[in-house]
Design a protein around this ligand. Structure first.
Ligand code: NAG
Ligand code: NAG
Ligand code: NAG
Length: 443
């Protein structure tokens, strides 16, 4: 199955179809006007033909002109891979600035209204059981690679969403932390056992699980173990909502049921990027470990390129303070290739520092994908497109870049955690994703 979030040939096909369907009515019109004029007598026909041919020529010229223009807009390379344009969409820069910004959402109005309703009504029951000194309830810490998990646990308790009234609850939270387990040196295999024992104890003690076989329950982890932690409870895999940082749907992650948790490495050591496009002189940047095929390919293809800054060595701290982070400010695009997992903290870092992310991770269910239109603030390429990276980046016009950059700044708040949580931050976005999945039938 080749259904990655990256542009697929299918998308290209739909665009072709859209192009064709836009062309067809006009062709039909020409056909009709020809039929019409052919019903005239010869003398008229002769006169009409001149006009007819003139209009045909104009129409053809027009098609050619706009066709070429939109082709240029879609970058000089394989246009199927260029993600700004959506099917049937107009050329973006013609729209008013405010409209353009709204476009980072699939539907800003629906989101705003539904979000408000969520804030008023959404209730979550947190199971009280489990020794808080071991794996339950409290996060280990709010820093580091898995801080998203810690923030979620803490934010939920700080929020107005928690209820101890099970009858009022929309969803039930299984508060068991893989990050904490890992901190205690527990192996991946044992994590799945501990999760199983915990869930089974709740199934016996409380009546809630059996009403839906777990469909109104959710589980959260940012640890690399991800969905594998749930592997030993069949209904947890099939029915419950699993919120994980490594949402690869080439595995048992189920998009639309499960939720992608953004991996955010907080706190950010340097402030957010601003209106600073003129300072961004490096076309594309990536520095990191060579721990996946796409990273090896990227490094091999581009590490000596004079325009791109691609290196498979992490920038060492010895060179100077925050040299790595400062490079995000200087770059227009920051490449975020999959590593050992599809996800990468680089995406949130790029967004924070105002660098347009270029996601190269097949099978990645991008965070908040059903609310945010990733094409308006990132480029999404297939892993095998590493060879055309430079062409794609060079093909983005200034106007398009300004829109992507403005989009990055607009979505930034959705990729930040706070304690206590604030409206529209990463916590609230995850809650919103859960809210969208709250409909279950209880028996
Ligand atoms: C919920 O908590 C409040 C205060 O802690 C308590 O008064 C109330 O009885 C609890 N309700 C239930 C259903 O446990
Ligand atoms: C839920 O169902 C399981 C399996 O049928 C059963 O063992 C368990 O006791 C039930 N839980 C409750 C609280 O009734
Ligand atoms: C998808 O998963 C299968 C089985 O786990 C694996 O063999 C394959 O390499 C994966 N494909 C990608 C592109 O990750």
């Amino acid at each position: 199955m080749e259904a990655s979030i990256a542009e697929t040939p299918e998308e290209g096909r739909t665009r072709d179809e859209a192009e064709r369907s836009r062309t067809l009515p006009s062709m039909a019109l020409i056909g009709r006007s020809f039929q019409f004029s052919s019903s005239f007598n010869d003398r008229h026909l002769h006169k009409h033909c001149r006009w007819l041919w003139l209009s045909v020529a104009l129409v053809v010229l027009g098609f050619y002109y706009f066709g070429v223009k939109s082709y240029q807009v879609l970058s000089g390379v394989n246009t199927d891979n260029f993600p700004i344009k959506q099917r049937g969409e107009e050329h973006v820069p013609r729209r008013k600035a405010s409209r353009v910004l709204e476009q980072v959402y699939h539907s800003a109005d629906v989101f705003r209204r539904d979000f408000k309703e969520m804030e008023e009504k959404f209730k979550v029951y947190v199971y009280p059981d489990g020794d808080p000194e071991t794996y339950y309830q409290t996060p280990r810490k709010l820093t580091g690679k898995y801080s998203s998990e810690g923030y979620f646990f803490q934010n939920l308790r700080e929020s107005r969403f928690v209820t101890n009234d099970s009858a009022a609850a929309d969803l039930f939270f299984l508060p068991i932390s893989c990050h904490k387990m890992r901190g205690k040196g527990i192996s991946y295999e044992n994590m799945a056992d501990i999760v199983m024992a915990y869930v089974e104890s709740l199934i016996i003690k409380y009546p809630y699980w059996n009403r839906t076989l777990g469909a109104d329950h959710f589980f959260v982890t940012c640890h690399d173990v991800g969905v594998r932690a749930t592997a030993k409870v069949a209904n947890l895999v099939k029915n419950s909502i699993r919120v994980v940082c490594s949402p690869s749907y080439n595995g048992s992650f189920i998009p639309h049921k499960d939720v992608a948790l953004p991996q955010v490495l907080q706190p950010f050591p340097l402030p957010a990027g601003g209106d600073d496009i003129s300072q961004r002189t490096v076309l594309g940047f990536w520095a990191g470990h060579r721990n996946s095929k796409v990273r090896v390919n990227l490094a091999d293809a581009w590490q000596h390129d004079p325009v791109l800054f691609i290196t498979n060595n992490r920038i060492s701290r010895a060179i100077g303070e925050y040299v790595y982070q400062k490079q995000f400010y200087r770059s227009k695009f920051c490449v975020c290739p999959a590593g050992s997992q599809v996800n990468s903290a680089r995406i949130a870092e790029s967004i924070h520092y105002g660098c347009v992310p270029v996601v190269m991770a097949d099978f990645y269910d991008l965070p908040f994908n059903d609310v945010l239109n990733w094409r308006k603030f990132s480029l999404v390429l297939r892993e095998r497109d590493y060879g055309i990276l430079k062409k794609v980046l060079q093909g983005v016009t200034r106007k398009e870049y300004r829109i992507l950059h403005a989009g990055v700044r607009q979505v930034r708040r959705h990729f930040e955690w706070h304690s206590p949580p604030v409206k529209y931050d990463a916590f609230h976005m995850v809650m919103y994703e859960l809210w969208l999945r709250r409909f279950t039938i209880r028996y």
